[in-house]
Design a protein around this ligand. Structure first.
Ligand SMILES: [Zn+2]
Length: 423
């Protein structure tokens, strides 16, 4: 009798172990899932001012931080503070000089700079992606779903294009139709997350920008941000439901694509502080030193998601990313290049306190056209040097791409090296 009970207990234990290991092998345990949200055109000062109890719940486990868009002001990668360029900064982890979306017409995106959706599918072909959006172009033009140029991959769950459905969402002058659409978009995301648990989801919400353009700063946009707060509460509860019942590990990132002008908040597109200053909210608890010490940029979101999901990014693509991960290991940030006293000066910020970096240069930009660039190593120096000067006479002339490779990440910059008589 005793033997039988022991045997039963062993069998039960064995059964549990088999289920446990099977779930680990299938990747069910701690499976990484990501939702990123762009809520359009919300200046940092507004989101900081209004009551946001639901977002506060997210911030409690993670963080709120001011961030920026618009590239590095006054340099080769300065980017208009306009919606589609902003979304594509996030999607590709690059500024507009690379992804080539300079306004909302989205005429000729350079698909050689892959989106996070393509990186995800390329790295893990089985994972499922989702887009929830009023605007159809986000999927068809920016992500470039199904296009030959993007590798023709598919978005698994697509709920968008509602702005074109004027029967269901008749347009009105107050922008309420976009509030209705946003609510619908959030409902779709809520139910798809609960039921199907896509691995990578993009939720795009538009009402805040619409009322910004109509009314400018004031009560209406404040109320719109409070609606956003309620909507994010629904998404966060859907995530909590998956965490609790399926043991999945969810990363939530909420941000905006630009701020608004300082005069009355009706416009954006320029390079003023209020237009460039954005914000980032995440539920992620272990943000790295880069996040803590610097204001993150919208281009930092892609490498952060990639680090969280443990995506493999091809080296040539990695070399082009303009962002720095705020999740996981990070060595280096903020590469800059200038010419002074007949030397090229390359500077950077060391995030780690030890280690070396390799600094390399190429005088071609064939990546831009779908090719590969061959880099030549200039020097290997201690990471904490933060500066390297190289006499121009040792360098070729023309446009040079400079790559700074640390142990955990790389950063890059670009500079034009003029002929001697032009200096
Ligand atoms: Zn916008």
């Amino acid at each position: 009798m005793l033997m039988n009970q022991k045997r039963k207990a062993y069998r039960l234990l064995l059964g549990f172990l088999i289920i446990f290991f099977a779930s680990v092998v299938n990747g069910q345990a701690n499976k990484k899932k990501v939702v990123f949200v762009i809520a359009d055109g919300i200046p940092a000062d507004i989101i900081e001012r209004v009551a946001k109890p639901n977002l506060d719940v997210v911030i409690q486990t993670g963080a709120y931080k001011r961030a920026f868009v618009g590239g590095i002001k006054g340099t080769y990668n300065q980017t208009p503070t306009i919606s589609a360029p902003g979304y594509n900064n996030l999607l590709t982890g690059t500024w507009a000089n690379k992804h080539n979306v300079i306004n909302n017409d989205i005429k000729a995106p350079n698909y050689n700079y892959w989106t996070i959706f393509r990186f995800a599918k390329n790295s893990q072909p089985d994972l499922k992606t989702a887009v929830f959006s009023s605007w159809k172009d986000n999927r068809t033009k920016l992500i470039g779903e199904g296009l030959k140029e993007t590798g023709a991959f598919r978005v698994d769950y697509a709920f968008d294009g509602y702005e074109l459905d004027t029967l269901r969402f008749p347009h009105d002058k107050q922008g309420n139709w976009l509030h209705q659409i946003d609510n619908h978009v959030v409902s779709q995301a809520d139910s798809v997350i609960r039921k199907s648990s896509p691995d990578l989801s993009w939720i795009y919400l538009e009402y805040t920008d619409e009322v910004g353009h109509i009314y400018g700063d004031g009560k209406v946009i404040d109320q719109a941000v409070m609606y956003l707060d309620e909507q994010m509460g629904r998404i966060n509860r859907a995530i909590a439901y998956r965490k609790k019942n399926f043991g999945e590990d969810w990363l939530l990132i909420i941000t905006t694509d630009h701020g608004r002008d300082a005069r009355n908040g009706m416009n954006h597109g320029g390079q003023s502080d209020r237009e460039r200053t954005t914000w980032l909210i995440t539920n992620y608890p272990n943000l790295n030193d880069y996040f803590k010490q610097y204001n993150p940029a919208i281009v930092d979101i892609l490498p952060s998601i990639a680090a969280f999901m443990k995506l493999t990014i091809p080296v040539a693509n990695q070399n082009e990313l303009d962002g720095v991960p705020f999740i996981g290991g990070v060595s280096i940030a903020n590469a800059r290049a200038t010419i002074k006293n007949d030397s090229l000066w390359i500077s950077w910020k060391a995030i780690e306190k030890t280690g070396k970096i390799k600094i390399a240069i190429t005088y071609t930009d064939t990546f831009k056209k779908g090719g590969t660039d061959i880099y030549t190593t200039l020097s290997t120096v201690p990471l904490t040097d933060d500066l390297l000067g190289i006499p121009l006479e040792k360098l070729q002339r023309g446009t040079a791409k400079i790559l700074l490779q640390g142990k955990n990440n790389s950063v890059n910059t670009l500079i034009y090296l003029p002929e001697k008589n032009n200096r």
